[in-house]
Design a protein around this ligand. Structure first.
Ligand code: BGC
Length: 725
């Protein structure tokens, strides 16, 4: 249906709808069933705790809630969307009620967290971002859309484009790391991949960009914590990835749980109206985070749930995710004259619009059992998941140990080497453990000569050392240790892992450590004492196969970190694009540093090794009209073919507001045969070199700029240029 046509239909529908039906469109029911009861869900829990409602009665209520309440409320037109429905049968059953048994037959919208794959789980977003590969990011998103839509999903709560510079924050795993440009390009690619070329197609899924905004900057890395931030920092470092996603056509946006400077994003008019709609021209739908509207009462910004509902609607939140406060309070607020019905109409129109855009009025039953069977975890999907993992695993250290040979006998230690279910990491809601391949599973299926021990017993280790040529130690985090509500105060390796690694070091055998984690870990000891280190993150269903391909050298690692590995938690937040102090760290005591730890990370942003080596030379910078042209010669100086991610950074040396010492301006991935040499050229537009002044005006100034090119953010060639206009 054409846009003009459905805009008229939207108005037509609105004119027929009651206030309750319009509020129903804004109501998303979820697994918490919070909207299923007449009282607040929390209040109900209190009633159970203090005995006003018996446990048996509560259990019965819960058991019948979906069937009774949901279906009854759904028939009455009080539900517009569900979060958490992810199989074709349920989706079609509920959809049939909406379409055939409600007064106006408006279809439901099913939202779901498809974060890094659906049944075919790909590497966690932080891992996949280390591939620096827009095509891959788009392809894996396309694959998840095909699978998820087969199971009934219409909209994914992704991509998360929260710049995150503090690995204590567990949700750093869900985004593309510390850099603004990487998050922007990653987000754009994901939006394109999820939505495809035509949103009405059955395999296209709307992207809901989250969490708007600055959630990655929560104080002290503690989840849901406050954010207090200058306008410049917000505009320059946290908003651009959202703008990139909106420009790429993302159809939905989710405000973040946190406040910014005291105003929760859920009721933040400046963000949701001025910036998102007016400045960026966003014309899609907004949806709160789970229960976030009601939580404005806890923030101390709303007197009660009704007040929270009123403020959120006025600020521009169209759909209420699972708090139920819109459906409970909007009618009353309008009846009492505390809210204008036009506000409700506007929000309901936004919800109806996305349903039209997705083609749901014409084809409400896009999921099917046949599609589920056909689309999930196909051979091609597995292959893509493996490629994605291979491109995401970062070689952090290698003193001539890797690759191992398939002829060697390997001693494998560490529980994570045998735990297939842990390979998916956080937010893999549709993962099936038996789909996943651990390191041990891969060794078995590939007939590797290995001995395995969980690594708890030192004597066992010594026995293994007698027969094994090399060791591979799996260490790091379980999936529950990163993601939402999983911040850590200390991001070091655990005591058990350290003990195992120390034993390994004492044995003196060639050894490599494989780290599984949802965040950069502080690993100063490991980086000094074990000769080879692979950061595998949580690599997804094909974990073991991808790791073995790298360990045995069939795949030459090429990934580069998108978030620095700090020396210790005390350095956090830590990021390469910082600004200088008046006393940059130096030899003198009175410079900006710590007494007990270094100021530098163990591994910087952009860092990652390969089994070959590269040489950078002949950096040349020219001003060419409206852009700066930067070229460099890159040579493969080793013995293997490799892919190098060539990075270009910029620094504005003098400005009214101090500028980052380096800021990623572009990158290119290039493939080089041994001995081969190529010229890599970047064209950076001059008007991208500006910054925001205190009035939030974007300024591009003349002056001397430094350009850096290299294989990571620390080791670069540098040339200056004076830009005059
Ligand atoms: C998370 C969101 C997620 C939502 C829906 C919330 O707790 O913050 O990122 O999309 O749940 O499941």
């Amino acid at each position: 249906m054409l846009k003009q046509q459905y805009e008229a239909e939207i108005q037509q529908l609105l004119s027929q709808m009651t206030i309750e039906e319009k509020a129903g469109q804004l109501n998303q029911c979820g697994p918490s069933l919070a909207g299923a009861f007449d009282v607040d869900f929390e209040e109900l829990l209190n009633m159970v705790c203090d005995g006003r409602v018996s446990k048996e009665k509560f259990q019965k209520m819960m058991a019948s809630a979906e069937q009774d309440y949901h279906e009854e409320a759904l028939r009455a037109g009080h539900i517009g969307s569900y979060n958490g429905v992810s199989d074709a049968e349920t989706a079609n059953r509920l959809q049939r009620i909406a379409v055939e048994e409600t007064r106006l037959g408006i279809p439901l919208l099913f939202g779901y967290d498809v974060i890094h794959g659906y049944r075919t789980v790909t590497p966690i977003p932080l891992a996949e971002s280390c591939a620096w590969d827009e095509r891959l990011w788009e392809e894996t998103a396309r694959m998840s859309a095909k699978e998820a839509t087969a199971g009934g999903v219409h909209m994914t709560f992704a991509p998360m484009v929260d710049v995150s510079r503090d690995p204590r924050w567990g949700r750093i795993s869900e985004g593309a790391g510390e850099d603004v440009l990487i998050n922007s390009l990653y987000g754009r690619a994901k939006v394109k991949g999820f939505q495809g070329e035509d949103l009405t197609r059955a395999d296209a899924m709307a992207a809901c960009v989250k969490h708007f905004a600055a959630y990655g900057a929560v104080e002290a890395g503690r989840d849901y914590n406050r954010v207090d931030m200058s306008g410049q920092k917000l505009y320059e470092e946290y908003l651009p990835p959202f703008e990139a996603c909106v420009k790429a056509g993302a159809r939905a946006v989710m405000p973040a749980f946190n406040d910014i400077n005291g105003v929760p994003c859920t009721v933040n008019e400046k963000l949701l109206r001025d910036i998102l709609r007016k400045q960026w021209g966003f014309d899609g739908m907004t949806i709160s985070d789970a229960n976030a509207i009601a939580e404005c009462v806890n923030h101390g910004c709303a007197a009660d749930n009704a007040d929270a509902a009123r403020q959120a609607l006025l600020a521009g939140v169209d759909m209420d995710m699972t708090s139920g406060v819109y459906s409970r309070h909007l009618k009353d607020l309008i009846d009492k004259g505390q809210l204008n019905e036009q506000e409700l109409d506007r929000a309901a129109a936004n919800v109806l619009r996305i349903k039209f855009e997705l083609g749901l009025f014409d084809n409400p039953y896009q999921a099917s059992k046949e599609r589920e069977k056909r689309e999930m975890l196909t051979g091609k999907h597995r292959e893509l998941a493996r490629t994605a993992a291979e491109k995401s695993i970062v070689l952090l250290k290698n003193e001539g140990v890797l690759p191992f040979s398939r002829k060697q006998k390997i001693g494998i230690v560490g529980e994570l080497a045998a735990q297939a279910g842990e390979m998916t990491g956080t937010w893999a809601l549709r993962a099936v453990e038996s789909d996943c391949v651990s390191i041990i599973d891969a060794c078995e299926s590939q007939n590797i000569d290995y001995v395995y021990s969980p690594g708890k017993d030192e004597r066992e280790f010594r026995e293994m050392a007698k027969t094994c040529d090399v060791f591979l130690a799996a260490v790091g985090e379980y999936k529950r240790e990163s993601g939402e509500a999983s911040s850590r105060g200390e991001i070091a390796l655990k005591a058990d892992d350290m003990k195992m690694l120390e034993t390994l070091q004492r044995l003196g055998k060639p050894a490599a450590a494989v780290i599984f984690s949802g965040r950069p870990l502080a690993i100063p000891w490991l980086s000094e004492n074990i000769p080879a280190i692979l950061e595998a993150w949580h690599p997804g269903v094909e974990a073991g196969n991808a790791i073995l391909n790298i360990v045995f050298g069939e795949v030459n690692p090429s990934a580069k970190l998108t978030a620095a590995f700090p020396y210790s938690s005390g350095q956090c937040p830590l990021y390469y694009a910082h600004i200088n102090t008046g006393r940059p760290a130096g030899k003198s005591k009175f410079t900006s540093k710590y007494l007990d730890i270094p100021t530098e990370p163990v591994y910087p942003f952009g860092y990652g090794l390969s089994y070959t080596t590269y040489e950078y030379k002949n950096l040349d910078i020219q001003e060419k009209g409206s852009f700066i042209q930067i070229s460099v010669r890159v040579k493969n100086t080793g013995k293997r073919r490799g892919e190098e991610i060539v990075q270009c950074y910029v620094h504005d040396t003098v400005a009214k507001r101090a500028r980052p010492v380096k800021q990623l301006a572009g990158f290119q991935k290039t493939s080089l045969q041994p001995g081969e040499e190529k010229t890599i050229t970047f064209e950076i537009e001059k008007d991208k070199l500006g910054y925001y002044d205190e009035k939030m005006q974007y300024l591009v100034e003349e002056g001397v700029f430094e350009f850096f090119v290299g294989g990571n953010s620390r080791d670069c060639l540098m040339e200056k240029i004076e830009i005059t206009e």
